[in-house]
Design a protein around this ligand. Sequence first.
Ligand SMILES: Nc1ncnc2c1ncn2[C@@H]1O[C@H](COP(=O)(O)OP(=O)(O)OP(=O)(O)O)[C@@H](O)[C@H]1O
Ligand SMILES: [Mg+2]
Length: 264
Amino acid sequence: MTSVVDSHVLPSGGGAAPALALSGASKHFGAVTALDDISLEVHHGEVLALLGDNGAGKSTLIKCLSGVHRLDSGSIAMDGVSVAIHTPADAQARGIETVYQDLALFDNLRPTDNFYAGRELAGPAWVPRSLRLLKRKRMTESTREVLARLQVELPDFHATVGLMSGGQRQAVAVSRAAAFASKVVILDEPTAALGVRESRRVLDLILRLRNENRAVIVVSHAMDHVMEVADRAVVLRRGRKVGELIPSAETYTEIVSLIVGGGE
Ligand SMILES: Nc1ncnc2c1ncn2[C@@H]1O[C@H](COP(=O)(O)OP(=O)(O)OP(=O)(O)O)[C@@H](O)[C@H]1O
Ligand SMILES: [Mg+2]
């Protein structure tokens, strides 16, 4: 039987309300309890790692925060104010952007079109061509601006993302989230399947987001990456929160043992 050990529960930092707080969240899929009474928070300028073995409930949790799934019970607050997030549009309107585990990029589109897919500035066909071209120019400029700010270098800015490497695609996806997330960026396994150099780029992006005072939630199985970028770690096991720790050399073994359920 796993439970939240008191010494793992850390006081919430600072006086400011968390950028995002989840309280008493539960989610079932038929007979499966994917989330069981989970509470957690992430502050502005903080990277929270969400850890746990396969099937622990990590993706479900972030999908609930992103409006893909609806919580069965529990509540979400942003900056201390209770919010209803029932659809992805609700989450986006509140400044939450998510990079899902399967990335969800359009391979046949260029970075700019991926950035603005579903929120094109160009407008419908009846908008005069000259105006559409102008807006398209603005979309391209602002995509370039975000990529430059996050120091993402693409060999060919106009290539479709299907032709890019895993790391470049990941960088486009994270930058897109960063471009539109005024408050919270959620990344599900952002460095999975990436090489050392490409992982490095994504980790640097995460640290830049934190420096820009965004709240970041990162799901990862890569412990070395977690140790490097996370300010705090929440561990899930079979849908329950089993620990909350500050990643460090001292807590490393404890975190791993919480993930795999050591001592059960
Ligand atoms: N849409 C769904 N319908 C039914 N069951 C689901 C659905 N999504 C997730 N589950 C179940 O909920 C549990 C948690 O799954 P989830 O994807 O959240 O795990 P995870 O921690 O992200 O795992 P991984 O590390 O493998 O990505 C699993 O038992 C899974 O089978
Ligand atoms: Mg997952």
